[in-house]
Design a protein around this ligand. Structure first.
Ligand code: NAG
Ligand code: NAG
Ligand code: NAG
Ligand code: NAG
Ligand code: NAG
Ligand code: ZN
Ligand code: ZN
Length: 844
C-alpha cells in the first residue's frame, strides 16, 4: 500500500510541476493591490496627455560640450526631465548614429532601397560597447525623486542589465504582427494596399549576453514602432523610472516618424489604458513592462538599465532576389519582396527559390546607465568580424524547427526498431540475464525526457504541432517498449539481485548468523526468519550460482529454504512493487534533469556549457553499465552489434545537430571539440564492447576485482593432472588445469561416464608448444580442433591475442564436456543444461 501511495505522490508532483511549467505568466493578482495599479495607471494617463500635447522638437536636451545656459528643451515625462539627470547629452549622438546606419544600409531617406515589409523573425550578432561622454552610476540617481510613490527593491545596489564588457552577443526576436495597430488606422485593402501603412506596432524580445563584463545575460521585452517603408524600428523599455513608450515619438530621428508614431501611439496607448482602467482588479499586468515573468515587479520593481533600440532592416541580397537587372527600380524590388513574403506565409508551391537572410543593424542606447551598444559590421568592421544581426524570418525558422523535430521523430523511430530487433534476439531468460538493466534505464530516461519536452511543446506549438505530436507519439511508444523490456530484464535478473543483497547482508552482519547457527532450528525462529527475509524465488533461468548459494546457505543454517515459489501471486506483486520503485526513482531523476536544464538556460554561458556537456556525457555513457555487467557475469556479448552501433549513432545524431550545425535553431554555439570528445567516448565504449566479445569480457581487469565465474575457455594443458581433468574424450591419461578449476563443484570429478566418446587423434607437432586434439562436437557432429599445451611447455600467457582467439573456438563446461563455442552458445540461449549429461551450466 505504501508503495502505491508513494507512486501517487510522485504523480501528483509531476502534474504540479508540469502545470507550473506550462501555465502562462501568472499575473501579480492580489499581491499588488488595486491602489498601486490605479496610481500607476494615473501616471501613465498623465504621460499620455503630455505626449498628446507636445510637438516635434519639444525634446531637445542640452548637448555634450554645450554650456549649461545654452537653450535646451525637456519633457515633463519620467526620465525625460532635466532634473532626472539621465545622460541625455548624448541623445544627439544617438540620433546621428541611427541616421548614419540607416544610410549605410538603404541609402538616403529620399531614395531608400525597399526591404522586408514583415520583420517577424530571429536575428543575432555581436555588439561593441561605447561609452557616453560622461559616466553614470546608480548613486547618480535619486529614485525617490525620479519616481515618487514607488517602492524600489534593491535601491542601493547596482542596477541589473548593466552591460559592462566591451564586446558581447545579442539575440533579437521581433514580433511584427498583422493584427497590431497601424497608422493610418484603416487601410483600404483594395485601394491603398499595405504599402500605405506608415507605422505599425511592434514588439521584440532581446537577449543581451555580456559574458566579458558582468558575465551574465538578460532577456527583456521592448515595445515600439515599425515604419515598414523605411525598414526602421524603434523600441524602448518602459518602467516606473522611464516613460519610454510615451516619449518614443520624441526619440525618433525624423519629423514624419514623429508624426506617424505620435498618431499611432496616441490611439493605441489610449485604448490600452482604457482597457486596463476598467479592470484594475483582475488584470494588473503592465502591458509595457520589459521584465518577462516577474510578478513581483508590479509592487516592488527593481531598478534596471533602460534601453532604446534602433533597428534598420537591410535590403535583400540582389542575387537571391533575382530581379531582372533592367527592372531594378524600387517598385519591382518591392514587388519581388512582396512575392517572397506572400509565398512564405501562404505557400502556393510556386518554385523552390532560396529565401534571403534577414539582416539588420542595431544601435542600443541606455540613457540612464549611459552606454551605447552597436552591432558589429560594415563599414566600421570587416565582414569577417560581423555582419550586424543575421537571422531568418519566422517562417524559415519554424521550418527548420519542424525539420529537426521530424528528424528527431525518425531517429527515435529507428531506436525503437533497433530495440524491437534486440528484444527478439534476447527473448530467453538466459539472454535477458546478460543485458544490463541500467543501460536500459538510461535509454528510458532519455526517451522520457524527450517525451515530456515534446508533450509540453505541443501545448503551445501551432506551426510545429504535427512534428511535435509525432515525437510525442514515437517517444511514448519507445518508452512503453523500453519499459516492457526493462520489466523482462528485471524479472530475469531479480534472483541475482536478491542473492547479492543477501550476500551483502551476510557480510555486513556476520555475528547475527552465528548465534542462529548455534541455536539450531526451532519453529518460532523459522517463522520470524521467514517473515523478515524477503521471499526467495527459484530463478527462472535455473541460475546455478543461485542454487549453490542457496544450498550452502541451507547447510550452514540448517534451516529449510524459505522458498515461496509456490506462491506466484506474492512473487508477482513483489516484483511489481520493486519495479515501480525503480521507475518512480527514474521519474524523479528525469524531472530533476528537466527542470535543472530549463534553469540552466539562464546561467552563465560557460557554466551552462559545462552543465550540458556533463549531462550529455552521462547520457552517452550508456554502454558503461553493460561493459561492467559483461565483465561481472563473464559474458562476452549481450547485445547485437546492430543494436549497439545503431543506438550509438542515433543517440549521438541529435546532439551533433546542436554541437556542429552553425545555424541550428536553438542558436547554440557550435562546439566541435566537445562533440568530438563525446563521440570519442561513445566510440571507446563500443570498442570496449567489441574487445570484450573478441578478447574475453575480463581482459585488462585484474583478477580478484570480479567474482569468480566459470571460465568456459580455459587453457588446456596436457600436464597439470592434479588440477582437474582434460575435457572428457580429449585425452585418456593427461589432465589439464583450467585457471578456475578450483571453483568447479567437487562432484564433477567423478563424472566420467556419459557420452562424449569422440575419436581421439592427438596430432602432435613437435616444433610447437601446443598440439591439436580433434574431437566431435556433440551438438553439430562436426569436427572440433582443440589446441592443448603440451606437457612441459611454458605458460601460454605470452601467446597473446592469437592464443586468446584460439581458445574462443571451444567451450568447456564444468562437467568437462567440450563443444564449439557457437554451438554451445546457441544451445545456452534456450537451456542452461549440458546437452550431453544434463548437468546445470553457469550462465554466460
Ligand atoms: C489629444 O488632444 C486632442 C486635442 O488636442 C484631443 O481631442 C484628444 O482627445 C487627445 N487624445 C488623447 C488620447 O488624450
Ligand atoms: C510636471 O508634471 C507635474 C505633475 O505631473 C507637475 O506638478 C509639474 O508642475 C510639471 N512640471 C512642469 C515643469 O510643467
Ligand atoms: C554599471 O556598471 C559600471 C561598471 O561596473 C558601474 O560603475 C556603474 O555604477 C553601473 N551602473 C549602474 C546604474 O549600476
Ligand atoms: C532624494 O529625493 C528625496 C525627495 O525628493 C529627498 O528627500 C532626498 O533627500 C533625496 N536623497 C538624496 C540622497 O539626495
Ligand atoms: C509577418 O509574418 C508572421 C509570420 O508568418 C505573421 O504571423 C505576421 O502576421 C506577419 N505580419 C504582418 C504585418 O504581415
Ligand atoms: Zn558444434
Ligand atoms: Zn556435461
Amino acid at each position: 500500500m505504501s508503495q502505491l501511495q508513494d507512486n501517487r505522490g510522485t504523480l501528483f508532483l509531476l502534474l504540479l510541476l508540469f502545470w507550473l511549467a506550462t501555465s502562462p505568466d501568472s499575473n501579480p493578482g492580489f499581491i499588488a493591490g488595486p491602489a498601486l495599479v490605479k496610481s500607476r495607471l494615473a501616471r501613465q494617463r498623465e504621460a499620455l496627455g503630455i505626449l498628446n500635447s507636445t510637438q516635434w522638437g519639444d525634446f531637445a536636451p542640452r548637448r555634450a560640450g554645450n554650456p549649461p545656459e545654452a537653450e535646451s528643451k525637456y519633457l515633463n515625462l519620467t526620465g525625460f526631465r532635466e532634473e532626472d539627470g539621465y545622460a541625455w547629452e548624448d541623445f544627439q549622438r544617438f540620433q546621428n548614429r541611427c541616421e548614419e546606419w540607416s544610410a549605410n544600409a538603404v541609402g538616403i531617406p529620399e531614395a531608400s532601397v525597399p526591404v522586408w515589409q514583415n520583420a517577424t523573425g530571429i536575428i543575432r550578432g555581436l555588439w561593441h560597447r561605447a561609452n557616453t561622454s560622461s559616466p553614470r552610476y546608480h548613486s547618480s540617481y535619486n529614485l525617490s525623486q525620479i519616481s515618487p510613490g514607488v517602492t524600489w527593491s534593491g535601491y542601493h545596489s547596482e542596477w541589473t542589465r548593466n552591460a559592462t564588457g566591451t564586446d558581447g552577443r545579442m539575440l533579437v526576436r521581433i514580433e511584427d504582427y498583422e493584427d497590431g495597430a497601424t497608422e493610418p488606422e484603416e487601410v483600404d485593402k483594395l485601394v491603398l494596399e499595405k504599402a500605405e501603412i506608415k507605422a505599425r506596432e511592434v514588439a521584440a524580445t532581446i537577449n543581451v549576453d555580456d559574458a566579458d563584463g558582468t558575465g551574465s545575460s538578460w532577456e527583456m521585452r521592448l515595445h515600439g514602432v515599425h515604419w515598414p517603408r523605411q525598414g526602421v524600428m524603434l523600441f524602448t523599455t518602459t518602467s516606473e523610472k522611464f516613460a519610454g513608450i510615451f516619449g518614443l515619438p520624441h526619440l525618433t530621428t525624423r519629423e514624419d516618424f514623429f508624426e506617424s508614431s505620435k498618431a499611432l501611439l496616441n490611439r493605441t496607448l489610449d485604448k490600452a489604458l482604457e482597457r486596463k482602467e476598467k479592470r484594475t482588479f483582475d488584470d494588473q499586468f503592465d502591458p509595457w513592462t520589459s521584465t518577462l515573468d516577474a510578478p513581483g515587479e508590479a509592487w516592488s520593481p527593481s531598478p534596471h538599465c533602460e534601453y532604446l533600440l534602433y533597428v534598420q532592416i537591410y535590403p535583400l541580397d540582389q542575387d537571391i532576389l533575382g530581379v531582372q537587372p533592367t527592372l531594378t527600380g524600387p517598385e519591382n524590388v518591392a514587388k519581388a519582396i512582396q512575392d517572397i513574403e506572400d509565398e512564405l506565409r501562404f505557400p502556393q508551391g510556386t518554385g523552390h527559390r532560396r529565401i534571403p537572410q534577414l539582416q539588420m543593424s542595431a544601435v542600443v542606447y541606455s540613457p540612464d546607465c549611459a552606454f551605447f551598444l552597436e552591432t558589429k559590421g560594415p563599414p566600421a568592421y570587416a565582414p569577417e568580424d560581423g555582419k550586424h544581426l543575421i537571422g531568418v524570418k519566422q517562417e524559415v525558422f519554424l521550418y527548420s524547427v519542424s525539420t529537426f523535430l521530424l528528424g528527431l521523430a525518425f531517429t527515435i523511430f529507428g531506436q525503437l526498431q533497433l530495440l524491437k530487433m534486440q528484444m527478439r534476439e534476447t527473448s530467453t531468460p538466459s539472454t535477458l540475464c546478460r543485458v544490463s538493466f541500467y543501460t536500459g534505464c538510461i535509454m528510458l530516461l532519455a526517451d522520457g525526457i524527450i517525451f515530456t519536452g515534446s508533450a509540453a511543446w505541443s501545448f503551445s506549438a501551432s506551426t510545429t504541432l504535427l512534428p511535435s505530436l509525432a515525437i510525442t507519439c514515437v517517444s511514448l511508444l519507445s518508452m512503453t517498449v523500453t519499459t516492457f523490456f526493462l520489466a523482462e530484464i528485471h524479472r530475469a535478473q531479480e534472483p541475482e539481485w536478491r542473492r547479492q543483497e543477501r550476500e551483502r547482508e551476510r557480510q555486513n552482519a556476520p555475528t547475527s548468523t552465528t548465534p542462529r547457527h548455534a541455536t539450531s532450528p526451532n519453529p518460532p525462529d523459522t517463522a520470524t526468519r521467514r517473515s523478515a527475509s524477503p521471499p526467495i524465488i527459484i530463478p527462472s533461468d535455473q541460475d546455478v550460482d543461485a542454487e549453490i548459494a542457496e544450498n550452502t546457505n541451507n547447510e550452514t543454517t540448517g534451516l529449510p529454504a524459505p522458498v515461496t515459489a509456490g506462491n506466484p501471486t506474492a512473487n508477482a506483486q513483489n516484483l511489481r512493487t520493486q519495479l515501480s520503485n525503480v521507475f518512480g526513482r527514474l521519474l524523479l531523476i528525469g524531472i530533476g534533469v528537466l527542470f535543472l536544464s530549463l534553469a540552466a538556460a539562464s546561467w552563465r554561458p560557460r557554466i551552462r556549457a559545462a552543465y550540458f556537456n556533463t549531462v550529455l556525457f552521462v547520457y552517452l555513457s550508456l554502454w558503461v553499465p553493460q561493459i561492467y555487467r559483461n565483465a561481472y557475469r563473464n559474458c562476452r556479448r549481450a547485445l547485437a552489434w546492430r543494436f549497439v552501433a545503431g543506438q550509438s549513432a542515433l543517440r549521438l545524431l541529435p546532439v551533433a545537430y546542436f554541437y556542429a550545425v552553425p545555424g541550428n535553431f536553438a542558436f547554440a554555439e557550435p562546439d566541435r571539440a566537445a562533440l568530438a570528445a563525446l563521440a570519442a567516448w561513445l566510440w571507446l565504449q563500443t570498442c570496449t564492447l567489441a574487445a570484450q566479445a573478441v578478447l574475453g569480457p575480463r581482459f585488462g581487469v585484474p583478477r580478484g576485482w570480479m567474482p569468480d565465474a566459470w571460465e568456459y575457455h580455459p587453457v588446456l594443458r596436457e600436464d597439470n593432472v592434479e588440477a582437474g581433468g582434460l575435457p572428457i574424450g580429449l585425452v585418456a591419461a593427461a589432465a589439464p588445469g583450467s585457471p578456475t578449476a578450483a571453483s568447479a563443484p567437487p562432484e564433477l570429478e567423478r563424472d566420467d561416464g556419459g557420452g562424449g566418446s569422440g575419436s581421439k587423434k592427438p596430432l602432435l607437432a613437435p616444433q610447437q608448444r601446443t598440439s591439436t586434439h580433434v574431437i566431435d562436437c556433440a551438438i553439430c557432429r562436426e569436427v572440433l580442433e582443440v589446441p592443448v599445451i603440451r606437457a612441459g611447455a611454458e605458460d601460454p600467457a605470452a601467446g597473446g591475442v592469437t592464443g586468446v582467439l584460439a581458445r574462443r573456438a571451444y567451450m568447456v563446461t564444468p562437467c568437462r564436456h567440450i563443444f564449439h563455442s557457437a554451438c554451445l552458445e546457441g544451445w545456452m540461449r534456450f537451456r542452461l543444461q549440458c546437452p550431453i549429461c544434463r548437468e546445470e551450466l553457469p550462465p554466460l
